[in-house]
Structure formats: C-alpha cells, structure tokens
Design a binder for this molecule. Structure first.
Ligand code: 5AD
Ligand code: SF4
Length: 474
C-alpha cells in the first residue's frame, strides 16, 4: 500500500525524468466482463480515461454505459474544487449500493482526488468497499492491480511524479479530433491551485515523439489535434533540448494536420514569437484560452499569477492585433479570500475591455494544502455568489454579442457528430471554437464544411450547410 503525502507532493526534486514505455501484454483475464468508466474534470482527465480504457480492453473488458450492468466501475476523479469531491462521493454511494446486490463488483478510483492525502485516508478508513485506488502517476499500474486484486483494498498512490511514458496507446473517443499530451504537471504553484500537487512537477515530452504522434493521427484520418498540458506554453522549459512551445507549434503545423488547438496557456509564458507562429499558420486555430483569474493586481499577487492587470491587457491587445480573427476565452475566480468589491470591479473592468468570447467562472474553493487555503477569509458565501451572478451576467452579454456578429455569415465548421438531444441535427466547432448546431449536415460528420449561421445564442449557434453556389466564407 502506498498512500499519498502532501509534503512530498509539494517537493520539486532534481531527479532526472526518464522516458519509458508501457507494458501492453496482458492475459485476457476479464474476457467479456463489463466496465463502466466515469470521468470528472478537465480534458487531461478525459484523455487519461482514453488510456485507462485501452488497458481495460486489453484485459478483455468491454465498455458499458450503464452502471448497473458493470462488473468494474472506474471513477476518474477531479480535485480542482470542493464540489468535484461531493460529486464523486455522491456517486460512490450509488456504487456501494450496487455492490450490495453484486458483491463481485470491482470499484476503482483514480485521478486527482486519489492523489490527495485526506481523500486517500478517507477511502481507507470509511469506504472499505472501494477495491482499488490508483493515482495520476501510475495509471499504467491499473492492469496489474486488477490482475493481482486481493480481497483487501489496494491503494497505490505515489506522491512524487513518475517518468514520461512514450508510445502510450489509447482507446480514443473520437476518430476526428484527438488529444495529444505535450507535457505533464505544473510548476506555477498558483496559490489556490491543487494541480501542482496532484499532477507533480512539469515534465515535457520530447518534441520528436509528439510530432510523430500527430503525423500518425493525420495518417489515420484525424482532422484535429489539441495539444494538452496544464501550462502548455511553458513547454520545453524543463528540458535541456533548447526548444520551446513556438518550436513545437511550428513543427506540428508543418505536419499539415488540418486543425491544431492547444490548452491551457498561462499569460506569463506567452511570447511574441508564439503569437507570430499562431498567426502564420492557417492550421493553427485562431483560438486562445487565456485564464485571467482576477483583474485586481492585489488579488493577482496573492494568487501568485506573476502578471498585473496591465500586463494581461497588453498581451491581450497584442494577440488581437496580430491575429485579428482570434477568439479569446478565459477562466475567472471570484471570492478569493478577502476579495473586496473594488477588487471585483477591476475584474469586471477587464471583462468589459476584453469582451471575451466566453469565460469559465468559479467561486474560489479552498483546497487543503494550498497556500491560499490558510488565508483567513472575511467574504461571505452570499457575497461570493452574488459576485458570480453579476460576473456571469456580464460575461454572457459579451458571448451573445460576439456570437450575434456571426449571424448571416458563413463559417468553416468541423462536424463532429450527431446532436445528442436532437438526432436530426449535427454539431461541430468553428475555427474559433464556437459550438454550432447544424440542421442539415448528416453526411458531413468528419468534414470541415461551410455553414451559414442562422441564429446566435449565448452558448451556441444554429446554422445550415451552405448550398452550392453560395459565396464561401463571406
Ligand atoms: N477554486 C476555484 N477555482 C479554481 N480553479 C483552479 N483552482 C481553483 C480553486 N481552488 C479554476 C481556475 C483554473 C480552472 C481550471 O479552475 O480558474 O484556471
Ligand atoms: Fe493551477 Fe494552472 Fe496555476 Fe498550474 S498554472 S498552478 S494548473 S492554475
């Protein structure tokens, strides 16, 4: 048994990160048994789930989307905010109930929550019906843990990050767009954030294997890749090779894959050269997710964000000037400890200036072990909620305004699949990452097609395929 330790997770060791490969030879010990996998949180977690699915299927498992049918439940968890915990423990209640009816049901928990000292201890002490707990650094141990499963609970979570694995195989959810990890972990230590503890120190993959992975995806017919990392534009800073994110972007662009995206960028690591590369290549999408977090210099400093409001705005304007068609989205936290009304108004001021295409907004949630969680807070939850509402109202006005500009225009859309709620429609994304529902695109799944926008809403747009002869991208 290995339990996580917060003190250890905080440490940044000089241990050299090695490149390793994963074992893929397993007996089909669970032939035709069914697994149910539920993923919480960010794209990184969704991509990890694609890795988990591959291992499970190598062991003989087949996927089910019905919990009650499953022989194995895997919860791939998120720790970013408290409500993520509540959701997982709520769901775990359902699994526990099911296990009463099906005693052979295996319950496994992985992801960021497993990496937390408090959570791992809680599972050990209060949730004995959970069979397996694995962490973010040892996903590839899951097959072994399943094969060697004992009667007793198995907890294998390592606080210190492992090495960088290459040639990982995935069971990808889509055959049109693919996630490509370019780095793991984060060294920024924003004071509110748990990620540097749950995901470990920054470890970039080498450039060549990433380019090779994109080339292979292109050959398989993928239209789009999203380069993934907690802090993508710090890519390469932990390597001795001398290349950085702009070099990687350029090499990936030269593979000729049709669409390239990347998340998430930190304003502090954005360079002019990166902006130039994004502007230069048509296949790098004009879309940047650029978390602001707060517009108040005082709060930004307390958050450890390393930029001021002015510096953020300068970067924002530079991006807009060099890439005129760009859409910029952001993340904002309200109610950081002791945030005043004045601080909050500074945030609204940046929103008014930048008029983001959309924003993910959150109420600050104290995470155990982070520096911010030790600050005594005098802001009530009611005040925080009220600020969130005001912020959302403003953000939504700009989203709608930005979307309205597109009404009547023709935009290129990569069609991804059927609309879940209305099967007569399909959905896809513009180059600027706007969600479009298309009334007549059934035959276009997997293609980039011209779509005329018929109606704009705050969170999506409706459109129809352009009929032949209509002017494209007018
Ligand atoms: N409380 C609230 N929001 C948080 N985020 C990260 N940590 C916290 C926290 N403790 C938000 C940030 C980040 C996004 C992924 O989640 O805005 O950019
Ligand atoms: Fe968390 Fe992002 Fe800051 Fe890293 S850069 S500590 S992932 S908010």
């Amino acid at each position: 048994m290995h339990l996580p330790n917060l003190e250890e997770a905080r440490k940044r060791t000089d241990k050299k990160v090695e490149e390793k490969t994963v074992e893929y030879q397993y007996p089909k010990a669970f032939l035709n048994k069914k697994y149910f996998l539920r993923t919480y949180g960010c794209q990184m977690n969704m991509h990890d789930s694609e890795e988990i699915k591959k291992y499970l299927e190598l062991l003989g498992f087949v996927e089910t989307t019905t919990l009650e049918e499953s022989d194995l439940v895997v919860l791939n968890t998120c720790a970013i905010r408290e409500n993520a915990h509540e959701k997982v423990f709520g769901y775990l209640g359902r699994c526990k109930h099911l296990k009463r009816e099906k005693p052979d049901l295996i319950i496994a928990i992985g992801g960021c929550m497993s990496q937390e000292e408090g959570v791992a201890n809680e599972i050990k002490e209060k949730h004995p019906y959970v069979d397996i707990v694995f962490g973010t650094h040892n996903i590839s141990d899951l097959p072994k843990m399943l094969l060697e499963k004992k009667e007793k609970q198995t907890i294998e979570v390592y606080s210190i990050e492992g090495d960088v694995y290459e040639q990982i195989e995935y069971k990808r959810d889509s055959n049109i767009t693919a996630w490509v990890n370019i780095m793991y972990g984060c060294d920024k230590f924003c004071t509110y954030c748990i990620v540097p503890y749950t995901r470990g120190k920054q470890r970039s993959r080498k450039l060549e294997p990433i380019v090779k992975e994109v080339e292979e995806l292109k050959q398989k017919g993928y239209k789009e890749v999203t380069l993934l990392g907690q802090n993508v534009n710090a890519y390469g800073k932990d390597l001795e090779e001398g290349y950085d994110f702009k070099d990687l972007l350029e090499r990936v662009a030269k593979t000729g894959i049709e669409r390239i995206r990347f998340v998430t960028s930190h304003p502090w690591d954005f360079t002019d050269e990166m902006i130039e590369v994004i502007a230069k290549y048509d296949n790098i999408m004009p879309y940047i997710h650029l978390p602001l977090q707060s517009g108040s210099d005082r709060i930004l400093k307390l958050m450890g964000r390393r930029y001021t409001k002015e510096e953020y705005l300068t970067l924002f304007h530079k991006i807009k000037e060099k890439i005129p068609s760009v859409s910029v989205t952001t993340d904002i936290i309200v109610g950081f400890p002791n945030e005043t009304e004045e601080d909050f108004l500074e945030t609204l001021d940046v929103v008014n200036t930048c008029q983001f295409d959309s924003a993910f907004t959150f109420i600050y949630s104290p995470r155990e072990g982070t520096p911010a969680s030790r600050i005594k807070d005098n802001v009530t939850i009611e005040e925080k909620e009220e600020r969130l509402q005001r912020l959302n109202a403003l953000v939504n006005t700009y989203s709608l305004k930005k979307n309205k500009v597109l009404e009547g225009k023709i935009v290129p859309v990569l069609v991804l699949g059927e609309n879940e709620k209305d099967k007569t429609k399909v959905y896809g994304y513009t180059d600027t990452m706007k969600l479009i529902n298309i009334s007549n695109g059934k035959d276009c799944i997997g293609q980039i097609v011209p779509v005329k926008i018929t109606e704009a809403k705050s969170f999506s747009l409706d459109g129809e395929l352009v009929s032949e002869g209509e002017e494209i991208y007018g």
